[in-house]
Design a protein around this ligand. Structure first.
Ligand code: SAM
Length: 292
């Protein structure tokens, strides 16, 4: 763990002790209302009395120490999905429009997919992809629990390695979310086995996988289409540096889109980051790229 500490002390300097404390503390979560379900009487729902911020409509901020459980509405669908507010902002940054053909390249367990599915409204389709069979089962269950049958007809769950989309489905999607596999330092701090596996080299290795997935997303998106690249890492090597590499290697094919900070975001060189010492949730980084 000493090398982990030294590594992030070097990156974050005086900020690191506070960031470390915030990472080991539980994060703020929201109960995001399932807008695809019939809404039962809100007065009977415990979560509907929690604060809702104008920047994040439909998300109810769960006060610390309180627990809420999703419940079935009259149509048998679950009423809320508990998630990190930053994840909602990242999925909304993709700006999915009704009628779009969307790829969620690394989708399981599916919190962000649900936000994207809602944005499709009456038309369009979404491919929720994940390489892991176990995580894909969880994803299918989430879709069954939250998405009505008639909408599910436009939701496909696939199990490819994301890099395959580049060559096999070039210029096929209007919108791609690449919520990439990453170090996930909050998880590392909770898990002894993950701590033993951590090293700066592992971060570099992940960064190169992330770049391969991003390059594939660039091939798979249509001209004028949008990619949101995101990670739950605090490591710049897995965040801005991946985007820097793309901008350098594909400079004639991409343009950065300025992201809104939303609630609690901080601007980085190429995107926005939510760090828990500042906003109480995250970590989550994202950058928006348009194919020119
Ligand atoms: N987007 C998800 C959500 O909001 O619920 C979280 C995704 S998690 C950060 C990253 C996912 O990428 C994992 O579920 C993992 O199984 C998947 N994955 C890892 N390598 C992959 C690859 N090469 N292609 C597709 N999925 C991959």
């Amino acid at each position: 763990m000493q090398s982990f500490f030294d590594h992030f002390q070097k990156i974050y300097g005086e900020r690191w002790p506070a960031l470390y404390e915030a990472l080991v503390k539980g994060e703020q979560q929201v109960a995001r209302k399932n807008n695809l379900s019939l809404v039962d009487d809100l007065n009977t729902k415990k979560w509907s009395s929690f604060a809702e911020k104008p920047e994040l409509p439909g998300c109810y901020w769960i006060p610390s120490g309180q627990h809420v459980q999703p419940e079935r509405n009259a149509d048998e669908l679950l009423d809320i999905y508990i998630m990190d507010p930053a994840s909602v902002m990242v999925a909304r940054a993709l700006d999915v429009q009704s009628g779009d053909r969307v790829l969620d390249m690394c989708a399981a367990p599916g919190g962000k997919s649900l936000v994207l599915i809602e944005s499709l409204k009456e038309e369009g389709e979404i491919f929720c992809n994940d390489l892991s069979p176990e995580r894909r089962e969880r994803l299918k269950k989430v879709i069954q629990q939250y998405v009505p049958r008639h909408v599910r007809d436009r939701v496909w769950v696939t199990g490819k390695d994301g890099v395959q989309f580049g060559l096999k489905e070039p210029a096929s999607f209007d919108r791609i979310l690449l919520d990439a596999p990453c170090s996930g330092e909050r998880h590392i701090l909770e898990n002894k086995a993950a701590q033993d596996e951590w090293s700066p080299r592992r971060t570099e290795h992940l960064a190169s996988r992330q770049y391969s997935l991003l390059a594939a997303a660039l091939l798979a998106v249509k001209s004028g289409g949008r990619i949101v690249y995101s990670t739950c890492s605090i490591s710049p090597a897995e965040n801005d540096d991946v985007i820097r590499k793309l901008l350098k290697k594909k400079k004639d094919a991409v343009r950065l889109v300025e992201a809104s900070l939303g609630v609690g975001g901080e601007r980085t060189e190429f995107g926005v980051v939510y760090l828990p010492d500042q906003c109480g949730f995250g970590p989550l980084y994202f950058s928006i790229i348009e194919k020119t």
